[in-house]
Design a binder for this molecule. Structure first.
Ligand SMILES: [Zn+2]
Length: 414
């Protein structure tokens, strides 16, 4: 593989304490071994499911996490991920669209992609369209038609005046759909991180495009470089089996027959955006300077486990201090980050509940720890002293909501 970044020299790599080599093939580049650098046994295998009772939530099935790093391409994955344990169904409630900040970002991105890739009047295929909001925004921004594929789609929940231009397919995307769905652009947001065979997934998409090298392929997913450096353990959970950086993502795209035309980190450096098109020759196009990140990633791998230990101690002390003063604490955000945060800390009643603005989650319970999920209005009775927001990008939004409710809590972010 021709690349700007030579693989790390394995002979000279010093493994962090507790890490080990495993003979497992890299799902991204097919290198023959990985460094497992972080393990966490028995975490909930789904953190976005709507679970209706504390018992159902605490007894929800679990699986092991063993993060492996590929020294050849920088890809990180859960080497013990078992797809049979994951459940994607209509009980899966991942949408963040109830946050105005997230919605604004998505709407702007939809407009930008329609404009930059000349998609007015064209057909957009979204693989893993979730609850469909992004495809609606693309059509509202001028795309002619949208086809969304996702096993968790709820067509009846989609409110748009453009319904006649949208087609929803309740399924996983695979070879079966490759031939029949001709589109002028392929969009895939927050989906690749849920897929274990990432290389074959990209190859299926590439084959479906054949010689149509003018079709833009637009992906968005979380950035693992930030997760490693900030020891953002709440961003690591079972459903996310695959973790990319700018470099590892671009290397996968190039080696599976795409030319990378744009590569950015956005949304306060949390998300990777890659813009590509099918290439006719392998590894077409010059690698971009930002792809040269293997040494940076290796440094993050080295410090991750120790930093996670420190962060867990920090949060445990903070919640304990509130409790000792007779106060209550809640977390804000009952999605995957919240489940991972609570499961990692294991603090039980030191955290009173989780709050979420998604009305479909109200009255449900968090997988793993069984914390109740409240609507913001319900906080008035609980009167928390500390609110820990699961994503710093929402702090202003949360503070405004607390002000509206007349709650004078300390607001902190992970
Ligand atoms: Zn690799």
């Amino acid at each position: 593989m021709s690349t700007a970044t030579p693989p790390l020299d394995e002979a000279s790599l010093e493994l962090p304490a507790g890490a080990e080599w495993v003979d497992e093939r890299c799902p991204a580049c097919e290198h023959d071994r990985l460094v497992v650098f972080f393990r966490e046994p028995q975490i909930p295998t789904n953190s976005c499911l709507l679970l209706a009772s504390p018992t159902e939530a605490t007894s929800y099935r679990r699986g092991d996490l063993a993060l492996g790093f590929c020294p050849s391409c920088g890809f990180v994955c859960n080497t013990t991920f078992d797809v049979a344990r994951a459940e994607y169904s209509q009980r899966y409630e991942e949408t963040q669209v109830f946050s105005s900040h997230f919605a604004e970002f998505g709407q702007e991105l939809a407009k930008r992609w329609v404009r930059d890739f000349d998609l007015v009047g064209k057909t957009v295929l979204e693989i893993g369209c979730g609850k469909g909001e992004f495809l609606v925004w693309m059509v509202e921004a001028g795309a002619g038609r949208g086809i969304g594929i996702d096993p968790g789609i709820h067509p009846e929940r989609i409110e748009t005046s453009s319904g006649d231009r949208l087609t929803w397919i309740k399924d996983f995307y695979d070879e079966r759909h490759a031939g029949e769905l001709e589109a002028d652009a392929i969009v895939c947001r927050h989906t690749l991180e849920h897929i274990r065979p990432v290389r074959s997934f990209m190859q299926v998409i590439r084959r479906s495009l054949g010689d149509r090298t003018d079709v833009p392929v637009l992906f968005e997913l979380p950035d693992v470089a930030r997760v490693l450096e900030e020891a953002a353990f709440w961003d690591v959970y079972y459903e996310h089996c695959s973790y990319f950086s700018l470099g590892s993502l671009a290397r996968l795209f190039r080696s599976t027959g795409f030319e990378v035309t744009g590569l950015h980190v956005e949304y306060d450096d949390q998300y990777l955006l890659v813009e590509a098109r099918p290439s006719t020759t392998p590894d077409q196009g010059q690698p971009l300077p930002v792809e040269d990140d293997l040494n940076r990633l290796w440094l993050g791998v080295h410090t991750y486990a120790d930093q996670v230990t420190d962060a867990r101690k920090h949060w445990a002390a903070r919640f304990r201090a509130v409790s000792e003063r007779g106060g209550r604490s809640v977390i804000w955000g009952a999605g995957s980050k919240g489940v991972s945060f609570l499961t990692n800390l294991g603090l039980g009643d030191l955290v009173d509940a989780a709050v979420d603005i998604n009305p479909y989650k109200t009255g449900m319970f968090m997988a793993g720890t069984g914390h109740e999920i409240l609507a913001p209005d319900q906080l008035v009775d609980r009167c928390p002293a500390l609110v820990v927001v699961m994503n710093p990008i929402y702090v202003d939004e949360v503070r405004a909501e607390l002000d509206r409710l007349g709650i004078a809590a300390d607001v902190a972010a992970v």
